[in-house]
Design a protein around this ligand. Structure first.
Ligand code: FES
Ligand code: FES
Length: 161
């Protein structure tokens, strides 16, 4: 069987211009992890259900296992590695997850945080119900969600300040 030829793609990731080679079938999550070595974006399923792979593509939260790397060419991607300041200070949403014990094993956390930031940026005020609804596509096997919801509410409030 013929192999899928690779092409070089250029995009902006976490504020930097990057280039790498991807086959037409390469998923964005694999490109981020294997080519760019940004392993903070996790793979928790192969069925587009868990949300561990959520990144922002042109400011919109997407499951990067449902996007081809070539579809991100010329676009802006933000991953969990792009949230903290250069001096290491955490993004308010990351800080809120830390403060409110919104994680246990942490496997789901990068995707949760990326989804939570998008939720926090929406015009509608956040309620616990809206947070639970907004996190429907992010599965956590450890926490029972209560602390995650508290963290998202606190992180959203901190982002508004
Ligand atoms: S790895 Fe993308 S949704 Fe699970
Ligand atoms: S903290 Fe373990 S999967 Fe969410």
């Amino acid at each position: 069987m013929a192999t899928d030829p690779s092409a070089s793609i250029a995009l902006r990731v976490n504020g930097k211009d990057v280039e790498g080679s991807a086959e037409a079938r390469t998923l964005l999550v694999d490109f981020l992890r294997d080519t760019l070595r940004l392993t903070g974006t996790h793979i928790g399923c192969d069925t587009s259900q868990c949300g561990a792979c959520v990144v922002h593509l042109d400011g919109v939260a997407v499951k990067s296992c449902t996007v081809l790397a070539v579809q991100a060419a010329g676009r802006e991607v933000r991953t969990i590695e792009g949230l903290a300041d250069a001096d290491g200070s955490l993004h308010p949403m990351q800080e809120a997850f830390r403060q409110h014990h919104g994680l246990q094993c942490g496997f789901c956390t990068p995707g949760m945080v990326m989804t939570a930031i998008e939720l926090a940026q929406s015009a509608e005020p956040l309620t616990p119900e809206r947070v639970r609804e907004g996190l429907e596509g992010n599965i956590c096997r450890c926490t029972g969600y209560h602390n995650i919801v508290q963290a998202v509410l606190a992180g959203a409030a901190a982002m508004r300040q």
